[in-house]
Design a protein around this ligand. Structure first.
Ligand code: ACM
Length: 694
């Protein structure tokens, strides 16, 4: 899509602009340090600075907290806490990391300069956040945690350079849904650390939903006592069923304050979200009078299935006052200027059925239920303004008219962004197309081949597509570009049961989004990003982050030049060769039901020199039907003409010992079956070696 403000159309920065990008930024593409997000300008120097036990941190008094955090970060790597000294105190000026603020700097908020010479390191920020970002860059320049360089006696090297850097957008965020699954405060803090590593600055905490209310509200204890718990959840691999396990949890106000302070110290603002009027079943279960009690069959419960549910708050004075009470406590806990009131996916069926809701519409002169939602949201907006805050909500909040002061988080479609921009409202770009990290990052079948716990909600959002995002593509002019505050990653957690999986879904896609949000558009280049990301992944490894390691796409070849033939076709790119490629994440997938006599035959490159164990594993979580072989035999042959049965398939598996001289192996179907067929691997030798490769 072309528009005048954006010469770099979606989805990718065209390569002919690369030379311009390099010249503009000074960040040498090849051989520049492995920094993500890419700084605005990097000037290489000569030599290195050596960080050692003797290195001290010197800072302005106002930066003491930032200096202490840096000292702790350095101690986590080196084992030694650097001494923190006040600026102006006695020091020899050498072997120091100096932190200072230059408020007169021309840089925008969050900007910094980082100067590394053999003598020392100087970080000068436009503000304290800028200083902090400079120290994040410094940490990326140091060897990764756990690296050998930290264990030997020599100082840890930092390459000499001069960096000038500042963010493209003021809103660089990540949303975590803790309604569908709950993560303890210590795990949330660790996630915040990794956000900080990528210079993100907004943690959008989705605290309430149909399946759980997770924030203690003093005035309404049942919100967490009742609304914090559900009777069952869908298990991985079968979203239309129930595990029957009671599940829940919530954050106390003390825990919330602690996490807010932890984030603030890392220059991350927490934007809390309290969902209304929809996604409210947990709250309504706790206090049934909050709902549309006059609709037929009214019986709220904390939801045990994902999806969109009909229970929404009633538009009554009592319920609106309840929500103001809740937001009042929320404002006490969260200093954020923005408070998120949800607003997405609120089915209007109950409002249409409720006489009480219909009466409110008549009383207020509202034409339809969308206008009723806008009326509801406007009242919340006024309340938040009375507390000095600003309302933000998902893009549905504009469907019945949008208040001038509301900020929109656009998730569905660019047209909603255009609509809000034209009205003059601010926008945060959070579109499903590029920021929904609950989508698969590799094809579903590839992910599910690893196990059903790799299930995602659906979709496909690979790293490269995230990287290609340009949040301002919806703007028609410079004024509208300014209305776009930034962008954020969405981690909806229906299919993210624990923090390990959060990490897997979030990283490295967060790295790509961080660069979208920080780095000038003209300087972005995916190949260079990939090169730098490889270096950043060493920091992930050092910090034991459970990121998704890039997997090469399947190649249509066996591991050793052996060949396969089959009577079956291949479903998409699940070629027969993938059954003998030595990879556990790839597989042959037939494209139809099986007939007796169908086969998959492997012609080995060379006959077996000695008796060798053979294992054939069929079926896998990539298919919701399993697609294992129900009835069949594993046969062997020396000449391809005379065949011997080695084993029968049972539970989708066959194994035996093939004698020396075996040259051909055949899986032969002995009874028709409705399901298709997955053959993960024909393994020769110890089948353990397959799982070790995982
Ligand atoms: C959303 O994904 N319902 C905002």
């Amino acid at each position: 899509m072309y528009h005048p403000m954006n010469p770099f159309p979606q989805p990718n920065t065209p390569s002919k602009f690369l030379a311009i990008a390099a010249a503009l930024t000074g960040a040498a593409l090849a051989g520049s340090p492995a920094l993500v997000p890419l700084p605005v300008a990097v000037q290489p120097g000569t030599g290195t600075f050596g960080f050692s036990a003797a290195t001290a941190i010197r800072c302005d008094a106002s930066l003491r907290a930032d200096a202490d955090l840096l000292a702790a970060d350095l101690q986590a790597r080196s084992g030694v806490a650097p001494k923190v000294a006040a600026a102006g105190s006695q020091g020899n000026g050498a072997n120091e990391i100096r932190l200072a603020i230059d408020a007169d700097s021309k840089l925008v908020a969050g900007g910094y300069k980082l100067d590394v010479t053999a003598a020392g390191v100087v970080v000068t920020g436009k503000d304290a956040a800028g200083v902090y970002y400079g120290t994040r860059t410094l940490l990326q320049l140091l060897p990764p945690m756990g690296a050998a360089a930290w264990r030997d006696a020599a100082p840890a090297p930092v390459p000499a350079l001069a960096i000038t850097d500042y963010p493209r957008f003021a809103w660089r965020g990540m949303m975590l849904d803790v309604g569908r699954h709950f993560y303890p405060p210590e795990e949330v803090k660790r996630l915040i650390d990794w956000m900080a590593f990528h210079k993100l600055n907004v943690f959008h905490w989705h605290l309430t939903d149909d399946q759980g209310w997770r924030i203690e509200i003093r005035k309404y204890p049942k919100l967490t006592q009742v609304g914090g718990w559900r009777d069952s959840s869908p298990p991985y691999g079968n979203r239309d069923s129930d595990d029957g396990q009671r599940y829940g949890g919530f954050y106390t106000q003390a825990q919330i304050k602690d996490v807010v302070a932890y984030a603030a110290a890392r220059h991350i603002t927490i934007v809390p979200e309290i969902e209304m009027p929809g996604h409210a079943a947990a709250a309504i279960t706790a206090y049934p009078e909050l709902g549309n009690v006059d609709v037929p069959g009214y019986a709220p419960k904390v939801m045990t299935r994902w999806g969109v549910h009909p229970y929404i708050f009633a538009p009554t004075d009592a319920t609106l006052r309840f929500l103001e009470d809740v937001l009042g406590e929320v404002c006490e806990l969260f200093p954020s200027k923005f408070i998120h009131i949800g607003g997405d996916e609120a089915p209007k069926t109950q409002w249409q059925q409720s006489k009480v809701a219909q009466d409110v519409m008549r009383r207020e002169g509202l034409k339809n239920a969308d206008e009723l939602q806008s009326w509801f949201v406007r009242r919340m907006g006024k309340f938040l303004e009375s507390k000095g805050r600003r309302l933000i909500g998902w893009d549905e909040i504009q469907e019945g008219g949008l208040s001038k002061t509301a900020t929109m988080m656009v998730w569905r479609d660019a047209k909603w962004a255009k609509h809000a921009l034209a009205l003059g409202n601010d926008v945060v770009m959070a579109t499903t197309s590029h920021t929904y990290f609950d989508y698969y990052q590799a094809p579903a079948a590839t992910e599910l081949a690893k196990g059903k716990e790799y299930e995602a909600i659906g979709g496909l959002l690979p790293l490269e597509k995230v990287y290609s995002y340009n949040p301002t593509f919806v703007a028609d002019n410079p004024a509208q570009e300014k209305q776009i505050l930034g962008t954020q990653a969405q981690l909806w957690t229906e299919y993210i049961g624990d923090m390990k999986k959060v990490e897997y879904m979030a990283f490295p896609r967060v790295a790509a989004l961080a660069e979208v949000a920080w780095t000038p558009l003209a300087a972005k280049n995916y190949d260079d990003f990939s090169r730098r990301l490889a270096g950043v992944m060493k920091h992930y490894d050092g910090g034991h982050l459970n990121y998704a390691k890039p997997v090469p796409p399947p190649v249509r070849a066996t591991k050793d030049g052996s060949t396969l033939e089959t009577s079956l076709g291949s479903y998409t790119d699940h070629w027969p060769e993938l059954a003998f490629d030595g990879r556990s994440d790839t597989f042959f997938w037939a494209d139809r039901s099986l007939k007796s006599g169908d086969h998959l035959t492997l012609h080995l490159k060379a006959a077996l020199a000695a008796a060798t164990p053979v294992t054939v594993i069929t079926g896998g979580p990539a298919s919701q039907h399993g697609d294992a072989l129900a009835a069949g035999v594993l046969e062997i042959s020396a000449d391809g003409g005379t065949w011997l049965t080695l084993a029968e398939f049972a539970a989708g598996k066959a194994s035996g010992s093939a004698p020396a001289g075996t040259r051909h192996l055949r899986l032969r179907v002995t009874a028709p079956q409705e399901n298709w067929l997955i053959v993960h691997e024909i393994s020769l030798g110890n089948p353990q070696s397959l799982s070790e490769r995982r």
